[in-house]
Design a protein around this ligand. Structure first.
Ligand SMILES: [Zn+2]
Length: 389
């Protein structure tokens, strides 16, 4: 009984924390209801970032705060963490619903269920590898890394697609989409092995370069006309036609987080500097990954621009996607995996009829508050452990 009560408490506190900080983060966006869409998207961005940070840090703070309580006993740390994480994830629903009023609870639950299952599987893989990683280099270390790669590389190559098809998250394309893809493929002489449609409140399309497959969201097909869908299709086919070298770079940089599994071993051998070195290595890798991604996006944009059936078509399609998804036209120099919309439109031959919007702010007060809260919770635990000795 006590266990259930504690689990419900952790879930509730973490959900309440997330709802509260999301509500605060959305205030500037809410107040700018009549502003130009680029300004609204710019104001929304910090709230998006804050909500994803809250999803991980709110449970961490809650668990670290309660873990030393005398009543904690019946709940395992893992059980408590899962309850708190579930609380924080569900605490994000009001924000999602406010941003995308068309979103239904059923749709949101399904998509969050899939997304978090995927994340937890990957997190579990890395966590397990880190936990059993020996301190000394040797055969055992090689075996753990090999085991991790055997499980993780297929996921990087898009191995999740057949599972998504099996559970009904990816569906056969409509006749119209199939025709557009076939015509674009013939024009560009790029082969596509499969096309899928998925339901989402976001207008989105993506390519699986290693599988030669394309994915389109139903929302994208609703908000763009056939010619515009064709230009987006040309962009995605640009990814399918990437060189072997680019694909290899994608794969290698996809492994950027693998050194994380040496964190425990590094801590035991070299203390905090060891962990810091791994952190820095990953940070550099992520920077390189973004730089590579931006280059490949620019290449795919050029292919779509060259293929468009009339001037300005591709730029207009891009603008509609960003406006519908409420993504800022300018995020900031070298900060995203894609170049900024404003530059993408200019490169596609269209100067937007509004001045270049300001970049999204670099400092996010809610994220700062969460990091401070986490630091305080860790510190309180360290002090208490040392005191009780
Ligand atoms: Zn792209």
């Amino acid at each position: 009984m006590m266990t259930y009560f504690l689990l419900a408490l952790l879930l509730g506190v973490s959900a309440a924390m997330t709802v509260a900080t999301n509500w605060l983060a959305l205030r500037p966006w809410r107040r700018a209801a009549d502003a130009h869409w680029t300004e609204r998207a710019r104001l929304l961005w910090p709230a998006r970032v804050a909500s994803s940070v809250a999803t991980l840090l709110a449970p961490a703070i809650v668990v670290l705060t309660y873990v030393r309580w005398p009543v904690w006993g019946p709940v395992s740390i893992l059980g408590g963490a899962v309850a708190a994480l579930a609380g924080a994830i569900s605490g994000n629903y009001p924000l999602a619903k406010e941003i995308y009023p068309d979103l239904t609870l059923g749709h949101w639950t399904r998509s969050m269920g899939l997304a978090w299952t995927y994340r937890l599987v990957i997190g579990g893989l890395f966590g397990a590898a880190a936990a059993i990683m020996p301190e000394r280099a040797g055969w055992m270390m090689l075996a753990v890394v090999a085991g991790l790669l055997i499980c993780y590389v297929p996921l990087l190559l898009g191995g999740v697609v057949p599972i998504l098809v099996r559970v009904g998250a990816l569906n056969k394309p409509s006749d119209c989409l199939q025709r557009i893809v076939a015509e674009t493929a013939t024009r560009l002489q790029i082969s596509v092995s499969a096309t899928w449609e998925f339901s989402s409140v976001l207008a989105n399309a993506c390519a699986m370069p290693f599988r030669g497959e394309l994915l389109f969201s139903t929302r994208l097909l609703e908000v763009l006309n056939d010619e515009e869908v064709a230009t987006v299709c040309a962009h995605e086919m640009g990814h399918l036609s990437e060189s072997r070298r680019a694909k290899f770079a994608r794969l290698v940089l996809g492994l950027v987080c693998v050194p994380m599994v040496f964190a425990v071993a590094a801590y035991k051998n070299w203390g905090f500097p060891g962990v810091l070195a791994i952190g820095l290595w990953i940070l550099v890798g992520l920077k390189l990954m973004k730089a590579m991604s931006r280059r490949l996006e620019t290449r795919a944009d050029a292919i779509a621009h060259d293929d468009q059936s009339e001037d300005g078509l591709y730029a207009r399609a891009l603008e509609t996607i960003y406006r519908v998804n409420q993504v800022p036209a300018v995020i900031g120099k070298r900060r995203d995996t894609h170049p900024d919309l404003y530059d993408r439109m200019t490169a596609a031959g269209v100067t937007p009829d509004y001045p270049r919007p300001r970049a999204v702010p670099r400092v996010n007060p809610i994220v700062v508050a969460y990091i401070a809260g986490l630091a305080a919770a860790i510190l309180a635990n360290i002090i208490e452990v040392n005191w009780s000795r």
